[in-house]
Design a protein around this ligand. Sequence first.
Ligand code: AHR
Length: 496
Amino acid sequence: MEKAKIILDKDYVVGKVDPRLFGSFVEHLGRCVYGGIYEPGHPTADEEGFRGDVLALVKELGVPVVRYPGGNFVSGFRWEDSVGPVAERPARLDLAWCTTEPNAFGMGEFIRWCRKAGAAPMYSINLGTRGVQEAQDVVEYANHPGGTRLSDLRQSHGAKEPYGIKLWCLGNEMDGPWQTGHKTAREYGRLANEAGKVMKWVDPSIELVACGSSSSEMPTFGAWEREVLEECYDTVDYISLHRYYGNPTGDTPGFLARSMDMDAFIKSVAAVCDSVAAQRHSKKKLMLSFDEWNVWYHSNGQDADIKKTQPWGTGLPLLQDVYNFEDALLVGSMLMTLLRNADRVKIACMAQLVNVIAPIMTENGGAAWAQTIFWPFLHASRFGRGTALNALVTSPTYACADYDEVPYVDAAAVLGEDGSLTLFCVNRSLTEDFALETELRAFGALRPVEHIVLHHDDVKAVNTAAAPHEVEPRTVPVTEGPIRLPALSWNVVRFA
Ligand code: AHR
């Protein structure tokens, strides 16, 4: 068996883990809303049409915050279409996904769904086709107590109390030419500043996320962040990062190393934020919102031609990636990357929640089940709250297309409020088990009490409606001494 070592010290702290690191994303896209979280007539649907089986899985994941309603969808969206009596709401063409949006599920439904899911809303506004006035209006409608036209309108729609939405995204991926109303960094930065300013005038308690790059591979990456922040640094609280990875060539070792790219992305964006702060002599430290991340490539071919085929249906089967076992391993490493950067990344949203590049899949009128990536997310959300520690890992490395030295053992550690310690590890080796020696410093008497392993002999194994339990974690006996990390495995080791 190969050997690796990890040193953990209670006082060697990265930072407090913001629970919002385990957020998710619901977009009006494909079957995320219609047929996902909302399906009136489904056997498990409640009186509002919210699927009970999906809500149960969402609660199991413990998602504390959900970004909504887009995504690319939001850049042509009129929020006022989505409020008031459903029968009076208009159907609209959604140009982002060539879909007909019936607006049967809107802002009020989302807020009530969030309450049932135990999640806080993170609401995106349209800065593609809209501007400062609409930004002011939507905050007034949602958050002003009453006595004005828009807050009274909300009350007349049955919501006496303000929705109290604290977290707002200033548009979506405005650097992307695919975006409705795409802008240059200067155009967007100015608009974000002016829209954000009035939104905070309406409700000073809100927090704002400015759009960063839609990927670190964008030709404008870096310059985009700098120019945007030069315009809106004082107004916003976070800048966003989006990143998806795929394995189209079947290069598992290279694919599993992609979390190193995510880490470099985070550090580069933090560096740009700090350089803008320095330039402005600002003491403010901008935080990061990694509000779209996941594996996404299985469905790319299927969705590539949507602008040409223009289906204009509702609840179309778009972006329905069926995740395999190796995807779960990379998702585990991506979660650990977020934890290791917990001092800077305060919000992160796995994209998305149901059916659309999601941990939860459903059939219309039928079952809901957990995809492979559900499991590392659940473990991180459940056991990754507390204080992220700096895990010093000594591990043999391998070379792949992008990196000369990729550690076989990838690890992160979190100290819980109750003094318990959780160690997350991925063994990236295709063939070798690892014996992981742990040196725990200054913790007092801690013993391993639980070891959960996610492993499958086939990296391409998937969960389906017919076989929903094919890839599932199991608990293995805990041992004193080195921890055995099976080849290609996600591990959660809990010490108490
Ligand atoms: O999550 C799917 C899409 O990916 C979102 O709509 C967009 O923001 C990103 O490009």
